[in-house]
Design a protein around this ligand. Structure first.
Ligand SMILES: NC(=O)c1ccc[n+]([C@@H]2O[C@H](COP(=O)([O-])OP(=O)(O)OC[C@H]3O[C@@H](n4cnc5c(N)ncnc54)[C@H](O)[C@@H]3O)[C@@H](O)[C@H]2O)c1
Ligand SMILES: [Zn+2]
Ligand SMILES: [Zn+2]
Length: 341
């Protein structure tokens, strides 16, 4: 079957890979839609690992239910793409996101486990979740990034009336901003280097205001606006400028949630955290319950994720979609891939 795989720095190839075989354990899924994630972009930019077939945000239809007695062929599903051991303390507590095994066999994030940039995938059966009939395939493919935003907002311990800053208006920033409002923030600002994306966050009513991250007066403007800093800053970029901006713009005693994945070392003045007694909180993925909550929130029409979907492209246009998402000027935030298109 046809698959899109990493070939080199910023370069994909379309190649043939073997179809997954039913083994009585894993669930074989025919992919309906797959999202392109900011984390996927890091792999594409680095051109490594070669041969990786990405796509960890997916919706699909069961072809073979494996050892899941409650599933039948034709069921519409999604899955947590991760591979927690199920036995360690983190797993027993439901915190699958920090099980040491979680990323080793992750679907679409490890070479032996191709993701949704192909037509059929094999997924750990205990990670598969059946989805309600009233959610579209496009919405189901948005559950995974939405859950990242929910987890970040939870870890920000946002209180009613808080001022919250989200840095970066990619899908993770937009989802975090959406949940910051739901958690009770009375003011949500977003900073972006891409003006079109920043403006879009306001147009979609996810943020109250957008500020240009490249503005040399950014800190003084936002300090004046918030009377001395934000209660919570959620950093959704993963570079030094964004991390330092977060530490500068949070108020004393505030919380900085680091969601962005920095692939290089980030030089910073830790004295900012010392002097302000900050809580610097990392956030990785989501708990199993947060993932399920996002399915419920979409099914109950509490969150509209379709507003974030800019385009749906076939496998042949994945390369072009990545270029569009990294242009730095295009307003597109989330492009889904339909392998059947
Ligand atoms: N922790 C997790 O579990 C988790 C999960 C998914 C993604 N991520 C990471 O979160 C980050 C965001 O993901 P995404 O899918 O939204 O990515 P994205 O690339 O679509 O969005 C990042 C945005 O940040 C903007 N930006 C760049 N520099 C900036 C700056 N200095 N200030 C403000 N904005 C700036 C870019 O223009 C872009 O719009 C990535 O690093 C991704 O790897 C983390
Ligand atoms: Zn993702
Ligand atoms: Zn475990």
């Amino acid at each position: 079957m046809k698959a899109v795989a990493i070939k080199d720095v910023k370069q994909f190839e379309i190649k043939e890979i073997p179809e997954p075989k039913a083994d009585g354990k894993k669930v074989i899924i025919e992919v309906s839609k797959t999202g392109i994630c900011g984390s996927d972009i890091h792999y594409w930019v680095n051109g490594e690992p070669k041969g990786l077939v990405m796509g960890h945000e997916f919706s699909g239809v069961v072809l073979d239910p494996g050892d899941r007695l409650d599933l039948i062929k034709g069921d519409r599903v999604t899955a947590l793409p991760i591979s927690p051991c199920g036995k360690c303390e983190a797993c027993r507590n439901g915190d699958v996101q920090f099980c040491p095994e979680t990323w080793n066999q992750a679907v679409g994030l490890s070479v032996d486990n191709p993701g949704g940039l192909t037509s059929k995938i094999a997924v750990r059966s205990d990670m598969v979740i059946k989805v309600p009939d009233n959610i579209k395939d496009e919405e189901v493919a948005m559950v995974e990034p939405l859950a990242v935003g929910l987890h970040a907002a939870h870890l920000g311990r946002i209180a009613v009336g808080d001022d919250v800053l989200v840095i970066g208006a990619g899908i993770i920033g937009l989802a975090s901003a959406e949940f910051a409002k739901k958690e009770g923030a009375s003011y949500v600002a977003i900073t972006e280097t891409n003006k079109a994306r920043g403006q879009k966050a306001v147009d979609l009513k996810v943020a109250d205001e957008y500020y240009d991250a490249s503005d040399s007066d950014l800190v003084s403007k936002l300090m004046a606006k918030t009377n001395g800093g934000f209660d919570v800053v959620i950093e959704c970029v993963g570079n030094g400028a964004a991390v330092n901006s977060a530490l500068s713009l949070v108020k004393p005693g505030g919380i900085v949630v680091l969601v962005g994945v920095a692939t290089d070392a980030v030089p910073t003045y830790t004295v900012m955290a010392v002097m302000k007694e900050l809580v610097v909180q990392g956030a990785i993925a989501y708990t199993y319950n947060e993932f399920k909550s996002c399915i419920d929130l979409i099914a109950r029409k509490q969150v509209d994720v379709l507003k974030f979907v800019d385009d749906i492209v076939p496998l042949e246009r994945v390369q072009e979609a990545y270029e569009r998402l990294t242009s730095g000027t295009d307003a597109a935030v989330k492009i889904l891939v339909d392998p059947k298109k």
